[in-house]
Design a protein around this ligand. Structure first.
Ligand code: GTP
Ligand code: MG
Length: 462
């Protein structure tokens, strides 16, 4: 869903190329880019302007940071602002008290019925993990669309028979708790709601999940009806379902529901589709209510918790690059870094430096971690086997380099057959391993040359 925003943000780095500091001049073009990307993602202009002002004020006020270049610093500020717009880092897992009525509302086709099933699945799963079975009642007051109630009945049946624990005691009722469906005989939604509530109370269910009818547009009668049901049942939780494909329109919907019926939280559906990131952004900013889940597919299990910081990361599309920058800042000793950088820059690159490079990688973390953090790398499809192979390769490289004399490390050309044999033996590796090391070393030197042409290590994160 957020790919669109992602690509735009990636190009921002280039706006700072060659500049160590964020200045009034170079920040403007970068901010334009941010603004453009948010506009195209359908974020309302007033939200964008506010966001841009905040970013600008924070970025210009930054102290010079030796470890990060201007591009990195700017991205860090955009990320932090983005994160706080989306709700900050204080994430709390949604907790539904027992007993409680959970009423699900929203426009037609936004995904209400599917979401009711998803919440039931979530509650059942959570209860099982805690070892406390819960009984859940599903019911609908949607009498407008002919097959609406049947749809919920089918979903409820599929949930009740679901073997929720692998190899466990799945199946109907008992230790798993029940997921029941109830169809009221009343055809007036307000009366039906009260009838459903009686069923819920009399049978001591833990949760009642109430599905409601939707209309194509915000409609006064629909909201009035919901208001009455709300007054009669007093649901502890009123959840608004928002289709993330509706962009700015979803904001209007949310405001109308909030004014008439009120709601506690929202669930953003269809984030798996090719849609824009604006809805989450605008909703959080304008309504200041939590988004508790994301719907990411049509199945009951396609429900994800909403983490503002993860969402901000996704929007920025920098992978967890910020964490990588932070780890690098903290863990690589400055002198290590400078010496290797200087040797790199001077073209004076020996196996000794190669060993240092490997050591630095070790300080940042394992290769598998590094791969996860680098933008674009996660798409490379490195299998765990490939990563493991590379990691054991690196271990052997380190062992071979430690078995060499200083002279051999500085002038690897002198490595003849007998020296190679000695090194392989001394490090418990083979001639094939050693030749691979020398090959990788040559590649690394070529890489260093290319790097220097592009501005060296400092240009790495631009
Ligand atoms: N890809 C995807 N499809 C979804 C998601 N949520 C719902 N859908 C699909 O969207 C369509 C509408 O979903 P419903 O749950 O019937 O929506 P509703 O709000 O109950 O619709 P009405 O009852 O007609 O108002 C169905 O085809 C669902 O399978 C989601 O998160 N991802
Ligand atoms: Mg429905």
């Amino acid at each position: 869903m957020f790919d669109f925003l992602t690509k735009k943000f990636s190009s921002i780095f280039s706006k700072f190329s060659g500049n160590p500091r964020i200045t009034q001049d170079n920040i403007n073009t970068a901010l334009e880019q941010v603004k453009e990307s948010l506009l195209e993602a359908d974020v309302p202009l007033e939200v964008i302007n506010d966001f841009i002002e905040n970013v600008k004020a924070k970025a210009l006020g930054l102290q010079v940071n030796k470890a990060l270049n201007a591009g990195e610093q700017f991205i860090k500020v955009v990320y932090q602002e983005d994160c706080s717009f989306l709700g900050g880092t204080n994430f709390v897992t949604p907790n539904f008290q027992i007993p409680s009525v959970i009423m699900v509302m929203g426009l037609q086709g936004s995904g209400k019925t599917t979401t009711v099933a998803k919440i039931a699945y979530f509650l059942k799963d959570l209860a099982l993990k805690k070892g406390k079975p819960r009984n859940i009642l599903l019911a609908s007051v949607d009498f407008y669309r002919p097959a609406a109630i049947d749809q919920l009945e089918i979903l409820a049946k599929s949930l009740d028979t679901l073997p929720a624990v692998a190899g466990g005691y799945g199946g109907h009722g008992g230790m798993n708790g029940r997921v029941d469906f109830y169809r009221s005989t009343h055809s007036n939604p307000v009366q039906a709601a009260s009838d459903i509530y009686k069923k819920f109370k009399n049978n001591q269910y833990d949760y009642l999940l109430l599905d409601t009818a939707g209309r194509l547009h915000v409609d006064g009668n629909m909201l009035q009806e919901l208001k009455e049901i709300d007054a009669n049942l007093e649901p502890k939780y009123k959840i608004l379902v928002l289709d993330s494909m509706t962009g700015q329109e979803s904001l209007r919907v949310a405001k109308a529901f909030d004014q008439v019926v009120g709601f506690n939280s929202a669930i953003l559906t269809k984030i798996d589709s090719d849609t824009r990131g604006g809805a989450a952004f605008a909703f959080k900013y304008m309504l200041k209510k939590p988004i508790i889940f994301l719907g990411s597919g049509e199945k009951p299990s396609d429900l994800e918790l909403f983490y503002p910081d993860r969402m901000a990361n996704r929007i920025l599309g920098m992978g967890d690059m910020l964490s990588l920058i932070e780890r690098a800042e903290a863990q690589i000793q400055k002198d290590d870094k400078e010496r290797v950088t200087q040797n790199f820059a001077s073209g004076n690159f020996s196996l000794e430096d190669f060993a240092d490079q490997l050591k630095m990688m070790g300080k940042i973390g394992s290769l598998s971690k590094i791969v996860q953090y680098l933008p674009g790398m996660s798409g490379l499809n490195m299998t765990p086997e490939m990563i493991e192979k590379s990691e054991s390769e690196i271990k052997r490289f380190k062992a071979m380099i430690s078995s060499m004399t200083l002279k051999e490390r500085i002038v690897p050309k002198i490595l003849d057959a007998s020296r190679k044999e000695r090194i392989a033996k001394g490090s418990g590796t083979s001639l094939k391993d050693l030749n691979l090391l020398l090959e990788r070393f040559e590649q690394s030197k070529q890489f260093a040359k290319l790097f220097n042409k592009k501005g060296g290590f400092k240009g790495m994160f631009k």
